[in-house]
Design a protein around this ligand. Sequence first.
Ligand code: G3P
Ligand code: MG
Length: 255
Amino acid sequence: MKQKKYLNVPKIIGHRGVKDLAPENTLDSIIEAFRIGLKWIEIDVKISKDNIPFLLHDDDFDRTTNGTGIASSYNYSQIKKLDAGKFFYKKDTKIYPPTLKEVLSLCKKNKGGINIELKPNLGLEKINVEEILKITNLFKEYVPLYFSSFDLDSCIAVKEISSSNSCGILIHNFNHYSFEEILKIIEKFKFFSCGLNIKIINTELVKRLKNMNQLITVFSEKNITNEQALYLWNIGVDSIFSDDPRDILYNFNSF
Ligand code: G3P
Ligand code: MG
């Protein structure tokens, strides 16, 4: 597919920046990812009460900031005051949850690419996507990017708003949709990529997705090891999400 080649997604993508090396989904984490040599990062985007897209993985602030409660109940001016580095460094920091706009500016400056994972507020999927696309459209000539989500409604909204957007579905398991149903969905909505939990990977599944010209990515709850990475690339996986890619990058030329 033309789109897949055009984006030139590398074999390693930094997960939430590089989440084991700096606080996830912060400017610090993205700066670190580019500093150690990554070309692309993945981040999670949520929307504030006043419709500002900003970076957060969970539905609430409790795990990764000194705040509490759900993202959609706060305006971004309040969110910017939160400490998003303390959970990682175990001391007060000036690190805050950045806006998507700041992150895209950083990618532009570093000539980096980005996979934007949509973490929608329940019931507001389409409005959330609209707000995010208003921001990404400002950068489309400068920053290579594609969207992804576990939420099918968000993926469909991305394609409905503009069919030229690249979007992929993320899959933890086949409890909601069978693999055959997923293939039909990919074809129907012309999705660009398929992101799979490492737990469900097998050669047959990768082969079938490759036949559909999908960009195949793999994520894991733990940092993907060198051995796992080699196996995944060998069976045809295009890219892996890494929490700490230093070892893989160091050994990359000998793989
Ligand atoms: O997009 C891959 C990966 O980020 C999905 O899982 O929970 O880390 O957002 P999660
Ligand atoms: Mg993610």
